[in-house]
Design a protein around this ligand. Sequence first.
Ligand SMILES: [Zn+2]
Length: 275
Amino acid sequence: MRVLIMGDMEGVAGIVHWDQVSHDSAMYQEGRRLYTEELNAAIRGAFAGGADEVLVVDSHGAGAAQSNKGPAFNSLIPELIDPRCEFVTHHGWANYLQVFEDGCDACFFVGIHARGGTPGGVLSHTIASMHWWNVFINEQVVGEIGIVAAICGHYGVPMALVTGDDKACEEATALLGPGVKTVAVKRGLSRYSARHIPPVRARQMIEHGAVEALRNLRSAKPFIPAQPTAVRFQIVTADVMDGYRKRPGIEIVDGQNLVSRGANFMEAWSKVAPY
Ligand SMILES: [Zn+2]
């Protein structure tokens, strides 16, 4: 069994501030350790639950996503990561598709945050808060959980485990149904505060959750939006919208909205995918 683990930083226990997840901040090094150890917990659980191959994809932008000047999508600490896995870094957001072409049985999303605008969602945003306000799939508002679940779903892969704050977990269950196992490692009190499970115990919960997710894998269903599929972006600023005007196949609705349509989600998504 091959398991894909997508990692993001904002939903990790102990993390509440951009300084812990941004490449140019002193506290980033602490965030990297917390993040890498939660990934390790998910890796342990995946192997204990029956995986014989685990691939980790770092999908946290670290605030440098649109340039080559910082460690974009390169936050995990290589020398700490469980030697049984392989990992992908610096490849762009949710963009590593080879794992699906090779064949994949389950996806875990570790350390993910709630979608932009979620009350009490720690560091809540969708893709990047200064550029995207909201993303809709067939007019249903989604965050990064929904986008990644739809990418997985296109290849028939279920999102089996989601870890993050309680708001991200609620978002996952509301969208994907009760078949997705969730592990809440903190309770969001505001966008920048939380009541945490201490990291050591949070990792135990993630490890156990990963085992359970694979044992109950049949109850997790791939998320496949209705076809044909429309992806609508609500854009924050005019300069970001201007970047989309040059891309083919995109309908600019007004100053803040654009739509991409396709026979299925991936066809629509690939025209507007960031990074
Ligand atoms: Zn992130």
